[in-house]
Design a protein around this ligand. Structure first.
Ligand code: ADP
Ligand code: MG
Length: 239
């Protein structure tokens, strides 16, 4: 369980998140929605431990009872947090297999990694040819996101946070990615930040959280996403 208590965060001297409280449970999918600039990415980076995000001293982020707030990003990664970037970068000269070997530093051997890459890339419909190139080199938006999801599965962390995994992804890729995430969600906490309802049709999140102006305004089930699609955020935020 990932337990966030009284989470307030400042970025560049400005308060962005204000007293967020929430419990994320294993095996469940959570969607985080909210207007632009509401603090969704800030929440993701704060959980991951990005150094520019200054967490208030009363805040707590616990993974299975262990406090993470004093830990740096690489330590939190060791404890089981994975964050997929909104805009994945390319890595010249490094292939996905090599990157995973470095990241896993001996936790899985090269052959296991190779086999998992083969299996999962088939499930994700990633072209073989893309795997033999440098990471993300010449990859489309959808292919980059698929490669992020592939890495998340092989790194096998407990908490997977995807920041706008659906941005720039066509409908077929979206369906493939969603089906993959649902298939592999066991014993994991999946947190998806999204602007759109369309990915949620496939993912059927257990809970939808709405963040606005740095506060957790509303928590609901899947129907909350439909309500937002129909009526926008105004009604939710102002009452
Ligand atoms: P969202 O992901 O919901 O669109 P963000 O978490 O990216 O929102 O941003 C929330 C607010 O924090 C915005 O007002 C944004 O301008 C501000 N912010 C985010 N990152 C920085 C930064 N590095 N420096 C200054 N302000 C930032
Ligand atoms: Mg964002």
């Amino acid at each position: 369980m990932l337990h966030i208590k009284h989470l307030s965060v400042n970025v560049a001297e400005k308060q962005i998140l204000n007293n967020i409280n929430f419990e994320f449970n294993s095996g469940e999918i959570y969607a985080i929605m909210g207007p632009n600039g509401s603090g969704k990415s800030t929440l993701a980076y704060s959980i991951m431990g990005h150094s520019g995000y200054v967490i208030n001293k009363d805040s707590s982020i616990q993974l299975n009872g262990e406090e993470l707030v004093e830990m740096e990003a690489h330590e939190r990664s060791e404890k089981g947090i994975f964050l997929s970037f909104q805009s994945p970068l390319s890595l010249a000269g490094v292939k996905v297999n090599q990157l995973l070997q470095i990241a896993l530093h001996g936790k899985k051997d090269a052959l296991t990694i190779y086999k998992e890459v083969q299996t999962y890339s088939k499930e994700l419909k990633i072209k073989e040819e893309l795997l033999s190139r440098s990471l993300n080199e010449g990859a489309s938006g959808g292919e980059k996101k698929k490669l992020e999801v592939l890495q998340s599965a092989i790194l096998d962390k407990e908490v997977l946070i995807f920041d706008e995994v659906d941005t720039g992804v066509d409908i077929d890729a979206l369906k493939t990615i969603s089906e993959f995430i649902v298939k592999h969600k066991q014993n994991k906490i999946i947190i998806l930040i999204t602007h759109y309802n369309r990915i949620l049709r496939y993912l059927r999140p257990n809970k939808v959280l709405v963040i606005a102006k740095g506060e957790l305004k509303k928590v609901g089930d899947y129907t909350l996403a439909e309500e937002i699609e129909k009526n926008g955020y105004d009604g939710l935020i102002n009452n």
